[in-house]
Design a protein around this ligand. Sequence first.
Ligand code: CA
Length: 227
Amino acid sequence: MKILIIEDEPKTGDYLRQGLREAGFVVDLMSNGEDGLHHALEGEHDLVILDVMLPGMDGWQVLRNLRSHGRLTPVLFLTARDQVEDRVKGLELGADDYLVKPFSFAELLARARTILRRGRSGVESTTLQVADLELDLLRRRASRAGKRIALTAKEFGLLELLMRRQGEVLPRSLIASQVWDMNFDSDTNVIEVAVRRLRAKVDDGFDVKLIQTVRGMGYVLEVPDTR
Ligand code: CA
């Protein structure tokens, strides 16, 4: 899952980014409202963590703009003032929850997970399923035919992306930006290696191979056509 942090204080931003990365999320960090809004409109984030007090375009304006563009991405806002009017304003503008600074990282993570569990539309499932392969996004567990598969954080991110976009051939450049948060460099074989390892864990020992290489194009996860 991908989280966008919009926070102008470098210390707080870096701290949140590192913690969320360690918790297995892909994280973008923007330090002002304009860039943050732009990023929120461009990228596919599962959650935006939004500081209210930002120089230039403040958090309220970011939130208002995001919603006026029809984006329903969940927003958790951070406010320095524990005042009722702030909370009411944020929730009226369409935020999903808020935290008052200072807060503990454990608290932020718990709030973030609660929002993600509710999902984008309030009904979105947190389990992805393709054939007998299942991915529980909240417990961060994968299983095939009921048997648990142990995955690293990157393998989990890769499998989540492939499952969310099942049947779609995903180019390496897209996988690089979504899972590794890096620009694709054709000299590196990090994606090939990760796909090979993931495939060994997901498909070895099963007749139906779900992860396929489309030569010169990328990778796709789907139930192969057996006709
Ligand atoms: Ca601030």
